[in-house]
Unconditional design. Structure first.
Length: 80
């Protein structure tokens, strides 16, 4: 359920095509760090692949996603 005015996961996936994935156990402060990048999505996404939980930080600009990945690690997914 969404709160009024909150952007949903589908809108984040469409508008912020560059995603940096992190295993959930390492992702406590990642969104706070991503907020310093101007093209970061307003909130992270939670995803599951197989038995692993992930936190996904999304960006509209590839250069911001790559810069964040250089500092925090993770796997860049998306684009094109």
């Amino acid at each position: 359920m969404r709160r009024k005015g909150e952007i949903g996961p589908g809108a984040i996936r469409r508008g912020f095509r560059f995603q940096v994935w992190f295993p959930a156990e390492y992702a406590d402060d990642l969104h706070r760090g991503a907020s310093f990048y101007p093209s970061a999505a307003p909130r992270p996404l939670a995803e599951r692949r197989g038995k692993m939980n992930y936190v996904v930080i999304c960006f509209a600009d590839e250069s911001d996603a790559r810069a964040f990945m250089r500092h925090a690690g993770g796997e860049l997914v998306g684009g094109s």
